[in-house]
Design a protein around this ligand. Sequence first.
Ligand SMILES: NC(=O)c1ccc[n+]([C@@H]2O[C@H](COP(=O)([O-])OP(=O)(O)OC[C@H]3O[C@@H](n4cnc5c(N)ncnc54)[C@H](O)[C@@H]3O)[C@@H](O)[C@H]2O)c1
Length: 340
Amino acid sequence: MKVLVTGGAGYIGSHTVLELLNVGYEVVVIDNLCNSSIESLNRVEELTNKKVTFYQVDICDREKVREVLRIHSDIAATIHFAALKAVGESTQIPLKYYQNNVHGTVSLLEELQQAEIYNFVFSSSATVYGEEAPVPYVETLKTGVPSSAYGKSKLMIEQVLEDLVKSDTKFKVANLRYFNPIGAHESGQIGEDPNGIPNNLMPFVSQVAVGKREKLSIFGNDYPTKDGTCERDYLHVVDLAHGHVKALEWLEDQSAGICEAFNLGTGNPLSVLEIVNKFSQVTGTNIPYEYAPQREGDLPAFWADAEKAKTKLNWTADKSLEDMMRDTWNWQSNNPQGYK
Ligand SMILES: NC(=O)c1ccc[n+]([C@@H]2O[C@H](COP(=O)([O-])OP(=O)(O)OC[C@H]3O[C@@H](n4cnc5c(N)ncnc54)[C@H](O)[C@@H]3O)[C@@H](O)[C@H]2O)c1
């Protein structure tokens, strides 16, 4: 079966393309490379000994998307990763986020509808639960109001997809709400390669470990959590990639007209300090850190109720925290400059 993967050159996309190829899917990637490098897919090809068909195409470019769908008229499903994802930046340039993420997705969906490609897996986020939701987050909760334009763009897309399925019941949609993906493929050949100063904890920690940055700033040590630092539900990116394969299989078995959300997380919250200490312990590196003021919009703690994905998708996050730390370090120390 052939799958269209938008944003497939990115961090989660490249790991998912690798898993798809490993279980026998053919993959067509479209990515404008605004936050990634084609080298990730070259490495996926080396690791799998299989071919990835790649087009440097922006999802907003209707004509080019249409052309790709015309050439590959046998595409049976889409996994949609392409998006801008920097929470802080989205507050400064919200229109760019709404344009790229929301308008880009609507444009893509119109082309998919035209091409009669109805199975759709969407990269959503735990942020759609908003700031008031009780923890752990469970899919039966109503969505809330995310604090950033990035988060709102994810919620808007979920709403667009819900309306689309109601109006055209040939569509089948899985909204995968990711918690905090970290780690890298165990080969150390593909991993997270952020542009500039990393926004997320793990790439920052590993860049400090490799000597690229002097020290880590931990934002807030006075939260009402076990050690005062924020708690999140970290999961291994390879587990997350498997979740996409499971979601595709699940969609295949559903009748048309379905739109469902699934949390993809471990169900186990860990604090920033626990992560930093574990990283040092597993890798034998020293991570100098300092406390900085809380960041606006950061919630003290949230994690997934991961039961629905277990029951319905037959998916659980199996890799250990040690695996996450070891694989992050393996990637970072083998590629101190990322893909450059
Ligand atoms: N990484 C996380 O912590 C996290 C958490 C929740 C949800 N997500 C979502 O998962 C998806 C993948 O995230 P990631 O961490 O792999 O990010 P990433 O930036 O590594 O990957 C996104 C990819 O999309 C591409 N892209 C962006 N806009 C595009 C456009 N208009 N046309 C074509 N390609 C475009 C980028 O070049 C990049 O390769 C995103 O939708 C993100 O919002 C990520």
